[in-house]
Ligand binder design. Structure first.
Ligand SMILES: Cc1ncc(COP(=O)(O)O)c(C=O)c1O
Length: 398
C-alpha cells in the first residue's frame, strides 16, 4: 500500500482539506428547542409515553414477584438502561458481546448475554466483561462451555452460564433433557463457571397477532421450561433463574409461575408492528418512539414525499404509521427508498402542495433495527426537547 493510501485510510489531514471547525455541521437538535424545529430525519422519544411504559412493566412484574431484565438490544442506550434500572430492573440483557461494552463502561453492573457465541475473539470479550460486571451467558453446546471455562479460569473471573432450551422458537437452544444435562455437567467441570439457570425464550410467540394465540404459545413454552426445571431437580440441580419472554408474551410469562425473570425490550417504544397486535387494555403500552420527517416534495397529485426512507427506519416488519402532523389529514406511508418516503394522500387527485415543509411524526414498523440507524434520541416532553440521549451501542453487533 502506498504512503498516500495509508495516510488517507488513517484520516491524516492533507493539503486542501477543510478543517471541521471551518465547516461545522449544525446540530440536529438542541435541548430546549421546540420539536417542530428539530432537524429531520430525527428519532424522537416521547418521554411521557416512555415513563408510563416503564412504570406499567415494573408494576406488573412487582405484582407477580418476577424480576425484569430489560433487553438493551431494543434501545442500545445507557440513559434508557439507567432509567430501567431506576424503575427496578435487576440488570439488562444484551444480545451481542460488543453491545454490552458501553453499558459495562457506564457502570451497569449486571449483564446477561441472551445469546450463544463461539470463537476466541468472542470468548475473550466475555472474559474481559466478566472482569468488570456480573456476567451471565447462554450456551447450547458443550464446546462453547469448554472454551469459556478454560479462558475464564485463566483470567480468574467467574461467569454464570445459562443453557438455552428451545421452547418453540426452533432456533438456538437444546431440545432434549439429556442435552441439557450434558451442558449442566460440562459447566460443573469448570471452577470459573457456575450454572445460573436456564433461558427459555420463544421469539415468534411474541408476534402472533391474536391475544389467545400468544397466550397459548406462551403457556406451551412455560410448560416446556417447567419440564426442564423438573428434570434438573430430579438430578438434584436447582435452577436459580428461568429467564425469557418479551413484550408480546410478558403478560403470560409473569403469571406463568415458571419464569423468575422476563426480558422485554420493545415495550419502552411499542413500534407499529407491536401496536397492531391484539392487546388487553391494561397491557397496551404507548407508542413512545417516533421518526420525525419533513415533507420535501409535493410535486405530484395524490402523494407527498418525505425525507425519511430506508436509511432512517427499518420496514421489515411493515411500513411506518403516520401519527400526526401540523396539518389535518391522514396520509398513508406507502413505501421507502433509501432517502425518500412516499405517502399517499386521501385521494389520487389531492393536491399536496400545502404539505411542503410540514413535519410528520411516523411510528416505525420495527424499533430495534430503526434505532440502530441513528446516533441519538431526541427526547421530548410536551413538544420541547428535554434531552439528547446517545445510542451508545449503535452498530455494535459483534
Ligand atoms: C433472547 C431475547 N430476549 C428478549 C427479546 C426482547 O423481545 P421484545 O423486543 O419483543 O420485547 C428478544 C428480542 O428479539 C430476544 O431475542
Amino acid at each position: 500500500m502506498s504512503d498516500a493510501v495509508v495516510e488517507a485510510l488513517n484520516g491524516t489531514p492533507r493539503a486542501g482539506d477543510i478543517a471541521a471547525a471551518a465547516l461545522p455541521l449544525p446540530p440536529a437538535a438542541v435541548v430546549g428547542q421546540p420539536l417542530s424545529s428539530v432537524a429531520t430525519p430525527a428519532l424522537v422519544l416521547d418521554l411521557d409515553a416512555f415513563d408510563e411504559n416503564l412504570e406499567r412493566m415494573a408494576a406488573a412484574a412487582a405484582k407477580h414477584g418476577v424480576a425484569v431484565r430489560p433487553h438493551a438490544k431494543a434501545h442500545k442506550s445507557v440513559a434508557i438502561a439507567r432509567a430501567q434500572l431506576a424503575a427496578g430492573a435487576v440488570g439488562i440483557c444484551c444480545q451481542k458481546l460488543s453491545e454490552a461494552y458501553p453499558f459495562a463502561r457506564a457502570g451497569v453492573a449486571n449483564i446477561h448475554i441472551s445469546n450463544e457465541f463461539v470463537g476466541d475473539d468472542k470468548v475473550a470479550m466475555a472474559v474481559a466483561l466478566a472482569g468488570h460486571v456480573t456476567l451471565s451467558v447462554c450456551v447450547d453446546d458443550v464446546r462453547q462451555v469448554a472454551a469459556l471455562g478454560k479462558a475464564a479460569g485463566r483470567a480468574g473471573v467467574r461467569i454464570a452460564v445459562l443453557p438455552e432450551v428451545d421452547v418453540g422458537q426452533g432456533r438456538c437452544g437444546v431440545a432434549t433433557a439429556d442435552a441439557l444435562s450434558g451442558l449442566v455437567d460440562a459447566i460443573d467441570h469448570y471452577d470459573a463457571l457456575h450454572f445460573g439457570g436456564i433461558q427459555a425464550y420463544h421469539g415468534s410467540a411474541q408476534h402472533f397477532a391474536a391475544w389467545a394465540e400468544r397466550r397459548d404459545a406462551a403457556r406451551r413454552a412455560a410448560d416446556q421450561a417447567a419440564a426442564y426445571v423438573t428434570h434438573l431437580e430430579a438430578r438434584g440441580v436447582r435452577s436459580p433463574v428461568v429467564t425469557g419472554g418479551g413484550t408480546g408474551t410478558c403478560e403470560f410469562d409473569l403469571a406463568s409461575g415458571v419464569y423468575t425473570e422476563i426480558q422485554p425490550g420493545s415495550y419502552v417504544f411499542l413500534d407499529q408492528h407491536y401496536g397492531s397486535l391484539e392487546w388487553r387494555d391494561e397491557w397496551r403500552f404507548r407508542h413512545g418512539l417516533f421518526l420525525a420527517a419533513t415533507v420535501m416534495s409535493a410535486a405530484r397529485p395524490g402523494m407527498i414525499v418525505c425525507d425519511a426512507g430506508l436509511k432512517s427506519m427499518a420496514v421489515d416488519s411493515g411500513q411506518p404509521r403516520f401519527w400526526s402532523a401540523q396539518r389535518e389529514g391522514t396520509p398513508t406511508y406507502r413505501g421507502a427508498s433509501d432517502e425518500h418516503g412516499v405517502l399517499d394522500l386521501a385521494s389520487p387527485a389531492a393536491d399536496g402542495a400545502a404539505w411542503l415543509g410540514e413535519m410528520l411524526l411516523l411510528v416505525p414498523g420495527h424499533c430495534d433495527p430503526t434505532v440502530n440507524l441513528h446516533d441519538q434520541y431526541v427526547a421530548v416532553r410536551h413538544g420541547r426537547v428535554e434531552a439528547l440521549w446517545p445510542i451508545d451501542a449503535r452498530g455494535m453487533s459483534r
